[in-house]
Ligand binder design. Structure first.
Ligand SMILES: C[S@@+](CC[C@H](N)C(=O)[O-])C[C@H]1O[C@@H](n2cnc3c(N)ncnc32)[C@H](O)[C@@H]1O
Length: 209
């Protein structure tokens, strides 16, 4: 099943940036800036973007924070597109359920518009792994679309989750803060300036970053 999902993302990678551009008219660019501004780490502390896709968030983080940025995804197709975009980010093929990094090495981990495409158990492992690789005091930032309110768009949203085998995720969204509270000492949700996306900021206890 995971192979099928990877093949889906490999195929989608060919159109992904065009679809996003059509859909957002650079709202996506603004959102990436908004996400990046919430990160504050000491100079040189590395950052990780999981489910990086074609790498737009990772690339933005590298430019804004002038530090080592790693972008991880399990789709080689997505990573190929990301490499064309930015050769200075370290692109890593891997699964969020088992991150190929040592513990406590990143100041922040980001995940943009992808968390709810993970299947139930996968999202729990991803949270545990994000916590493991974060330095004490580090933050996990998860950006997602607001739940659609228009009935048709809402129906399409659920169809997409169903197609990805992620219907469980729709239920999890309702209990987001308490879910994140199981893995992190503090979790709060803020709205993007556009009001169309939300950012969940979860902090690991301690004070290293
Ligand atoms: C909707 S795209 C989001 C891409 C990017 N974060 C953005 O904001 O444009 C979801 C990405 O998550 C990746 N992905 C899904 N499940 C994954 C997993 N278990 N491990 C690693 N990457 C995964 C897919 O390959 C895809 O690139």
């Amino acid at each position: 099943m995971r192979r099928v999902r990877r093949a889906y993302y490999d195929l989608f990678s060919r159109f992904y940036d065009k679809v996003i551009a059509l859909h957002s008219k650079d709202i996506a660019g603004e959102l990436r800036g908004f996400l990046s501004r919430q990160i504050s780490v000491q100079k040189g502390v590395p950052l990780l973007d999981i489910c990086t896709g074609t790498g737009s968030v990772a690339s933005r983080l590298r430019r804004d924070h002038e530090t080592t940025v790693v972008g991880l995804d399990f789709s080689q197709g997505m990573l190929n597109k990301a490499k064309e975009k930015d050769s200075q980010v370290l692109w890593v093929l891997g699964n969020v359920t088992r991150l190929p990094f040592k513990s406590e090495c990143f100041g922040a981990v980001t995940c943009s518009h992808a968390f709810y495409e993970l299947k139930g158990q996968e999202s729990l492992w991803a949270l545990a792994e994000a916590r493991r690789v974060l330095k004490p005091g580090g933050t996990f930032l998860m950006m997602e679309h607001e739940m659609p309110t228009h009935p048709l768009v809402k129906a399409l949203y659920y169809v997409r989750l169903f197609a990805l085998g992620s219907l469980n995720a729709a239920r999890m969204r309702k209990e987001e803060e308490s879910l994140f509270g199981r893995f992190f000492e503090k979790a709060e949700r803020i709205s993007s300036p556009t009001g169309k996306s939300t950012l969940l900021i979860a902090v690991k206890g301690g004070r290293d970053v």
